[in-house]
Design a protein around this ligand. Structure first.
Ligand code: ATP
Length: 136
């Protein structure tokens, strides 16, 4: 069965939304397989976000992701990769659809990086790569 990596980013953990996010994942019917609370180091983050090197939000993104603990979930389920991205909503939380995690709980913080509460792998290849990074 398919697996994906979900991260509750530092803003989500700080705002005590970890339980609400997991509740929505489980309510949809997906299975929690593993969980870790991590203070991510630069090395892990730069591997995770390798595709964004050089973009204007890259440095602020890595700084933001080091601003507090992150909760990593390994989640399993049929078509869970696209299913979780649908639960999460679009990248910009200001315009993400109500009913999604970002749409219901996120907003624009006026910073250089979108503090959008969650990350979800975007393909089977990135899920495999990211799960190896975060769960080893
Ligand atoms: P999606 O793929 O749905 O856009 P994502 O989380 O996979 O969401 P990425 O494009 O991989 O988004 O970007 C990684 C993260 O970098 C985003 O979640 C967001 O926190 C931040 N980010 C992306 N694009 C921007 C941007 N234009 N301005 C500010 N921050 C951004």
């Amino acid at each position: 069965v398919e697996e994906t990596l979900v991260l509750v980013k530092p803003d989500g953990v700080a705002r005590n939304l970890t339980g609400e996010i997991l509740r929505r994942i489980e309510a949809k019917g997906y299975q929690l397989v593993d969980v870790r609370l991590i203070e991510a180091e630069l090395d892990l983050l730069s591997q995770h976000y390798a595709e964004h090197v050089g973009k204007p939000f890259y440095e602020p993104l890595l700084e933001f992701m080091q601003s507090g603990p992150i909760v990593a979930f390994r989640i399993a389920g049929e078509r869970v990769i696209e299913g979780f991205r649908s639960l999460a909503g679009t990248t910009d939380p200001t315009t993400a659809a109500p009913g999604t995690i970002r749409g219901d709980f996120g907003r624009d913080w006026g910073l250089k990086v979108q503090q959008n509460l969650v990350h979800g792998s975007d393909s089977p290849e990135s899920a495999q790569r990211e799960l190896a990074l975060w769960f080893g």
